[in-house]
Design a protein around this ligand. Sequence first.
Ligand code: SF4
Ligand code: SF4
Length: 420
Amino acid sequence: MTITPSPWQQELKKCVKCGACMAVCPIYRQTGREEMVARGKLNHIERQLDERFDDEEPLTPGWLEAVDLCLLCCSCEDNCSKGVKITEIIADARHRQTEQSGLNPIKKSAFSLLKNRVLSLPRFIKAGSWMQWLLWRRLPRHSGLVRRLPLPGIDDKTVIPALPRRHLDDYLKSTKKPQTETALKPVLYFPGCATRYLYPQMGLDLLYVLERLGFSGIVPKELACCGMVTWGAGDQESNQELQQRNLEVFRKHSEIKEIVTGCASCGHALKEYDGLPEDCEILDISEFLFRHREKLEQLVGKNRVEKKITYHDPCHLRKGQGITSQPRWLLKLIAGENFIEMRHPERCCGAGGTFGLTHKELSRKILAEKAHDADSTQAEIVTSGCPGCLLQLTEGAVVANSQWQTAHPISLLAELLRKG
Ligand code: SF4
Ligand code: SF4
């Protein structure tokens, strides 16, 4: 039995082997290996498809490495004049791999938690929050935890988030106002798993800003993971299941036309959904705020963040959604001259979903460059519109022995509005 021709065979043929993807690939910058840039990866994939290998025949080591060694950062795609859908081809290739050899058992268990409503991710995190202090200790200057004792595969600079005992849903339950009490216009807020279960304050900050602008952020508790992590791992079945659950929620609230998120990866994933309700728009919070800039500018007035801040473009925001000017407008509004651009703000931070865990050394090298660029600005706060990047950047500060803190721009804005 042969694998059926890939829907990407035509897409693969669009590549003209110009090599423009080489200039921007973080893997190539660190390894110097040409076969690991998009052009090389596409070659591997195309060769295998052309040969129409047998289903039972193992994939070649070269193919496996090419498909595995990728951050899905979209840098190549963004720089490709032929518009080849490189990340989708790589995710599809990973799917072929999981069909043939199954999903890595750790990822399989993690994805079951994302889908299971009883033995769920929030319950698992809550259980972990009681025990985390046995193995982890709080970082003195930064948010996050590092190991107390030697742990396999984890060094003393690896930062994990402190697991909170209360999640965003718990806070919302305790502050929920009856709908009649609010004359605010509803907006659907998609917080994403990281904000919901690891950084609930970030979600509360976003809801507070919405409220100050005259909107009520609705957070349906049935929302599932956006699916980005399952898509990237090649688990298309889980990805489809999660998408369908979210689409059901969106349809149930189809009278709300704007869905906002503060997570770059969630926004990127949601914008790719097939079957979004008619006229429904997915908006990154920076896009939404920019639409309401007049009101926001009035609210901020002359108040400014007094610390020096810089900004890292999340790949899924800049290259995935083409959003670059709105976050900068916001940062200039809240920090004025205290906002300083770093060199190469567009370069990937090396997080790449689970890449930072599976390819620690390479991820660290990419991160070290980013930390150096952030350091050079002498900023006290490094901002980014993605919780995953923020966690990686916190590790960057620890690796570079730097003092800077990390923050989502929405949290800085909320702080300013609360003071004003
Ligand atoms: S930039 Fe695009 S067309 Fe050029 S080699 Fe890379 S993938 Fe192919
Ligand atoms: S998605 Fe990023 S890491 Fe992967 S090939 Fe393209 S530029 Fe390189």
